[in-house]
Design a binder for this molecule. Structure first.
Ligand code: 13P
Length: 261
């Protein structure tokens, strides 16, 4: 069984004092929760702070973007090697808030994905459709296209050491999460798509759900067969909510075990 993974995406929130409080509260309540992997993706300037507080604990840390380039004259960019300097083990790639605001192409996102892996950092690739696309019934086509650029360029095997996060754009920050069935259906589609080319990669791939996950809906979402965890925005800024979501992930593991035996 794939171990559940819960990732906090702080987006552009936080400051030194608040981060210290939040991370300490996470640690106080999550350090004994061995059934779930927990990661915090912080803004770049706080990577050092995250490293200082989280090293040698059960919580890993990462960033929210990287440059597609190795090194060079790219003002304002941050490379995968720089993330390594601060012990980051995950990076979010292609989040819709970046893809729309900074016009990221699927090609750019694919290059960033590989660049992260090249440096031993696990990419968390975000995919998902807009409300108009869902209403038009083309959501699977949209997500397939987002995956295809990577599959066609690098092969499906690269997903063996990656995370995909299904984040329907209409669910992000709206309080309107996808239902368990809607999310499961897309997660199954994603896993099957990878399995068409590489069954082992599809089996080990963790597929997270992101978009208005909260302590109330987490149990139902995370109990779905192909939902391996969550990418949490707003609720990661409250230690209480985030911890409850992590415990819901552990509980859904236990529920799955009960069903299995
Ligand atoms: P919310 O949890 O605030 O909807 O954000 C989801 C998200 O964008 C995670 O990357």
């Amino acid at each position: 069984m794939r171990k559940k993974l819960v990732v906090a995406n702080w987006k552009m929130h936080g400051n030194l004092a608040l981060n210290q409080q939040l991370l300490s509260a996470y640690l106080a309540q999550l350090s004994t929760l061995n059934e779930v992997d927990v990661v915090v993706c912080v803004p770049y300037p706080y990577l050092y702070q995250a490293q200082q507080i989280l090293q040698n604990t059960s919580i890993a840390w990462g960033a929210q973007n990287i440059s597609k380039a190795e090194v060079g004259a790219f003002t304002g960019e941050v490379s995968a090697a720089m993330l390594n300097d601060f012990g980051a083990s995950y990076v979010i790639i292609g989040h819709s808030e970046r893809a729309t605001a900074y016009c990221e192409s699927d090609e750019n996102i694919a290059t960033k994905f590989i660049q992260a892996q090249k440096h031993g950092i696990t990419p968390i690739l975000c995919v998902g459709e807009t409300l108009i696309e869902r209403e038009a019934g083309v959501m699977q086509m949209v997500v397939a296209k987002q995956l295809d650029t990577i599959i066609n360029t690098y092969g499906a095997s690269v997903f063996a050491k990656a995370v995909v996060s299904y984040e329907p754009i209409w669910a992000i920050g709206t309080g309107l999460a996808a239902s368990g069935e809607q999310a499961q259906s897309m997660h199954e589609f994603i896993r099957n798509k990878i399995a068409e080319q590489d069954i082992e990669a599809a089996q080990s791939l963790k597929i997270l759900y992101g978009g208005s996950v909260n302590p109330q809906n987490a149990v139902q979402l995370l109990a779905m067969q192909d939902i391996d965890g969550g990418l949490i925005g707003k609720c990661s800024l409250s230690a209480k909510d985030f911890v409850e979501i992590c415990f819901a992930a552990a509980q859904s593991n236990a529920t799955a075990q009960l069903i299995k035996f």
